[in-house]
Design a binder for this molecule. Structure first.
Ligand code: G6Q
Length: 550
């Protein structure tokens, strides 16, 4: 396949960039009074304003042409049809089937996967209801009060993010925790002071072969048995989510306590599958289905809408523009919602594991920069920390602002009707995107009577691009739409760059080396080491340190 930079639309964008590159957002807004409403799109209950990007009509035209040249429509159709678009792993990519309605069958190798999905959703719902109602009794006859999800990467980040994001809708007498790190501290702190008779572990591992997860699961099992003194207790206190029935059975989890998923669900795309069991236990089946409906609404929009009006496609194309033409290497995600505190971490995996790649699907070099480095924190906290660099640093950092029409915890003195504290939160969001775009010129600073020596320090050059996403309220539906929006934006970027967004070979080498080193550390005979001189010396130092008493 040809590298994207050889396409005529790419060449067109390069020439176009040479013209528009020096144009300030102040000029673009001055030239078009309608700009702030022109470059907007609504879908699935979300509103995206992308007018504060360094683009004009020609940019959007070239980007849409590029998407058509790269076969975005065809790739979308192939994904929804269940074609093997993850070619390096020979897998279909069907997270959209996880939120498809019953009665919209999708046949894969003679099986209706949508019917399969709904059968599992029903089992999850029945189990969640039992836990939520206190009807599921633990080994000592007590109801479950604590749920601990053990999983890592895609089997952790989505559910952990969703639990935080939808905490407002959660059943508060159930306490959920997430253990991912193989550092024993994670499990020790999660279980500290808990009654094992009231604690349920969900062992989430698509492969059921991930060392960190299995190690934590074994430690959790040992912790439970230290209190419950009976192997039979495992059946009441452990359930699994996996594709690997044999391995879960070997762990002692009966088939009826295993919730399946399928190889066509990628780890980082799995929060709508049984990997989301903890989410469903927290918020209940009805809210979980609302989340799926939000995802589905965005899926349908992505599948149907023309590129110029397609929210995820536009966001993906803007990310390509910012990365490859404006030279931005990072992307800040700034939710003005405390509940979305884990959203940037979730997006880090979604974006960087999907598109942090240097070769195309056919193995040839991509030939341009790929995934931006994603980072962020909820506003307004970030404003008192790293926003200095966003406004006056030497690097360009495109920002995604995310805000809502209503807060979920009104604090205003006027009662629920006017939430002054939420107004203040949103005022900050609007002020930040305005300041980033328009800045403050030296003459504006001087007009304020600022001492001449301080003028350079008080100037904001502006012209810093941002998107703003608004929704009515952070509901399960809105979260679902947001997640699907970013999933499909990432997909779009991958299509433009010609890469396989669904494999993750880059995490393999470290895993293999860790296993080899773990064997060396476990051997108390301190076997000879054959790494490089730095790694050898570090392992030696570690061996010494562990001999010393703390
Ligand atoms: C995600 C990756 C990866 C995966 C974890 C956990 O897309 O594949 O983050 O989710 O390595 O894998 P298991 O669920 O198999 O334990």
């Amino acid at each position: 396949m040809n590298a994207v930079s050889t396409r005529s639309a790419w060449q067109g964008l390069m020439t176009h960039h040479a013209h528009i590159g020096g144009t300030h957002l102040r000029e673009l807004f001055a030239a078009d009074p309608e700009r702030g409403t022109r470059w907007t799109v609504s879908a699935a209950g979300l509103y995206l304003d992308y007018s504060k990007n360094r683009i004009d009509g020609e940019t959007v035209g070239f980007l849409a042409e590029l998407a058509r040249d790269c076969g975005l429509h065809e790739r979308i159709a192939a994904m929804f049809r269940g074609e093997v678009i993850n070619t390096t792993e020979q897998r279909a990519v069907l997270q959209t089937a996880l939120r498809a309605p019953l009665g919209a069958p999708l046949w894969l190798h003679g099986v209706d996967v949508v019917a399969q999905v709904h059968a599992v959703l029903d089992r999850m719902a029945a189990f969640s209801e039992q836990i939520r109602a206190g009807a599921w009794r633990g080994h000592t006859g007590q109801p479950i009060r604590h749920v601990i999800n053990i999983g890592i990467g895609g089997s952790d980040l989505g559910p952990a993010m969703a639990y935080e994001a939808l905490n407002h809708f959660s059943q508060r007498d159930l306490d959920l925790k997430f253990v991912s790190n193989v550092d024993g501290t994670a499990l020790a702190e999660a279980t500290r002071g808990l009654d094992a008779g009231q604690t349920l572990f969900i062992v989430c591992s698509k492969s059921f072969g991930t060392l960190e997860t299995l190690t934590n699961a074994q430690a959790a099992r040992a912790w439970s048995l230290r209190q419950l003194h009976d192997e039979a207790a495992v059946a009441r206190h452990f359930v699994a989510v996996s594709t690997n029935a044999e391995a879960t059975a070997a762990f002692g989890i009966a088939p009826e306590q295993m919730f399946p998923l399928w190889d066509w669900v990628g780890g980082r795309y799995s929060m709508a599958s049984a990997i989301g069991l903890s989410t469903m236990i927290a918020i209940g089946p009805a809210h979980f289905r609302d989340m799926l409906a939000g995802m589905r609404a965005m899926d349908e929009h992505f599948r149907e809408a023309p590129i110029e009006h397609n929210m995820p496609a536009l966001m993906g194309l803007l990310a390509v523009w910012n990365t490859d033409f404006l030279g931005a290497s990072t992307q800040a995600v700034l939710p003005y919602a405390q509940y979305l505190s884990r959203f940037p971490a979730y997006l880090q995996q979604l974006t960087m594991e999907s598109n942090g790649k240097h070769v195309m699907r056919d193995g040839r070099p991509v030939g341009c920069d790929t995934s931006p480095i994603v980072w962020g924190e909820p506003g307004t906290n970030g404003q008192h920390s790293f926003y200095q660099l966003l406004h006056q640093g030497t690097r360009l950092v495109p920002c995604d602002f995310i805000g809502f029409g209503h807060g979920l915890n009104p604090m205003g003195t006027d009662g629920d009707r006017v939430d002054r504290q939420h107004d203040l939160l949103m005022a900050n969001l609007f002020a930040q995107s305005e300041a980033l775009a328009f800045g403050k010129t030296a003459s504006e600073v001087r007009a304020e009577g600022v001492d001449e020596a301080l003028v350079p320090h008080r100037v904001f050059e502006g012209n810093r691009p941002s998107n703003t996403i608004l929704a009515r309220q952070l509901t399960p539906h809105a979260l679902g739409a947001l997640v699907a929006l970013y999933e499909h934006s990432v997909f779009t970027q991958g299509v433009i760059w010609g890469i396989d967004s669904f494999d993750q070979w880059g995490v393999e080498l470290g895993k293999v080396l860790a296993e080899r080193t773990a064997a060396e550390l476990a051997d108390t005979g301190n076997p000879a080491l054959y790494h490089d001189s730095s790694t050898n010396a570090l392992i030696q130092r570690y061996r010494q340190l562990r001999e010393e008493r703390p």
